[in-house]
Design a protein around this ligand. Structure first.
Ligand code: COA
Length: 306
């Protein structure tokens, strides 16, 4: 336990030297499977593998494989990621693994030595958690009507949200499963009823874009605390412009408005996930002021881990 604590403290120091926006490393959960590896210089590294299965009607299945093995590495300041991934691969040999499965690791984007190890073991940088700190508002000329969505807008919000799911399924982690429409309808109906921060952009009275957001608190004990500095954050969950209207400045206008409103609600910054292989969002988000904080390394099916 002492050495696990030592590794957590050393890992926090590693994170701090890599990127000032990273929160300290957190203790891994106690209910996972522990793996360890010894390095050539005698240093020991460890990791906890957490295994999760998502029910057929779980909304998580729209962006995740049905069964996931997630590694929470404890490598301290060492270059032990490669050795740990080798141990993880051996551990998977003892498991029965189907097709709808994945291996996942969240790791600081700026840790390029670890990135080399992830690539060598067959993991791909499928998603990035990007952050943007509050900055003075950018003046974007407004040509659209932007308004808060209400429960009456459910069908419009649903169609725009499904358009994003479909586009992202070609270039990222999302999956258009047969129950996608029903799952999205249920989740969006709930968010609209709870007056979540969701906006529609309209041109000539027709909705052309959606920004579906939330306010998330990063405080000790919350899951957000493992990823973000403390404070109230705006979470940009889904931005979708109608296919025929993309590339004409609509997304930029809507996002500038959403930022302004989320900051008015007290957000110190905003964050989101985007897929580096998405040729639109990988350009769009950095242009709106986002930069990578965490990379989600993933391989599907889980047996493809090398
Ligand atoms: C990503 C998306 C929301 C951007 O909205 P948009 O209205 O198309 O984007 P805008 O016209 O406002 O363009 C803003 C910037 O994005 C980039 N961009 C827009 N279209 C682009 C294209 N076809 N290729 C590359 N970059 C593009 C440009 O850098 C542009 O800025 P600039 O004109 O100052 O250079 C929209 O294209 C979309 O809905 N895509 C499909 C779903 C999706 O990927 N959603 C995001 C998931 S995280």
């Amino acid at each position: 336990m002492t050495s696990a604590r030592g590794l957590v403290a050393a890992q926090s120091a590693r994170f701090a030297s890599l990127d000032p926006l990273l929160p300290p490393a957190v203790e891994p959960p106690m209910d996972g499977h522990v793996i360890t590896a010894a390095l050539a210089d005698g240093t020991r590294v460890a990791g906890v593998i957490s295994h999760q299965s998502f029910e057929p009607h779980s909304i998580t299945r729209l962006w995740s494989a049905a069964e996931v093995w997630e590694l929470l590495p404890l490598v301290g300041t060492s270059q032990g990621m490669d050795a740990l991934l080798t141990r993880w691969r051996r551990h998977l040999d003892t498991q029965e693994i189907g097709e709808d499965t994945a291996c996942v690791v969240h790791w600081p984007s700026r840790d390029t030595t670890a990135a080399r190890a992830f690539l060598d073991h067959g993991l791909v940088p499928l998603s990035v958690l990007g952050v943007r700190l509050r900055t003075p508002p950018v003046r974007v000329p407004r040509t659209l009507t932007i308004r808060r969505a209400t429960p009456h807008d459910l069908e419009t919000v649903l169609e725009l949200s499904l358009a994003e799911l479909e586009y992202s399924s070609f270039v990222g982690s999302t999956i258009v499963r047969p129950e996608a429409r029903a799952l999205k309808r249920r989740a969006l109906a709930e968010r609209l009823t709870n007056a979540s921060p969701i906006w529609l952009a309209e041109r000539d009275g027709i909705a052309v874009a959606l920004a579906e957001c939330a306010i998330v608190s990063s405080e000790p004990g919350t899951s957000a605390a493992a990823r973000l500095p403390r404070g109230r954050w705006g979470y940009v969950n889904c931005v979708s412009v109608l296919p025929g209207a993309r590339g004409t400045g609509i997304g930029q206008q809507l996002v500038a408005y959403a930022h302004q409103e989320l900051h008015r609600m007290g957000a110190v910054g905003t964050y989101l996930y985007y897929n580096p292989p998405n040729p639109l969002s990988s350009v769009f988000w950095p242009r709106q002021g986002y930069r990578p904080l965490w990379t989600v390394w993933e391989v599907r099916p889980a047996t493809a881990l090398r």
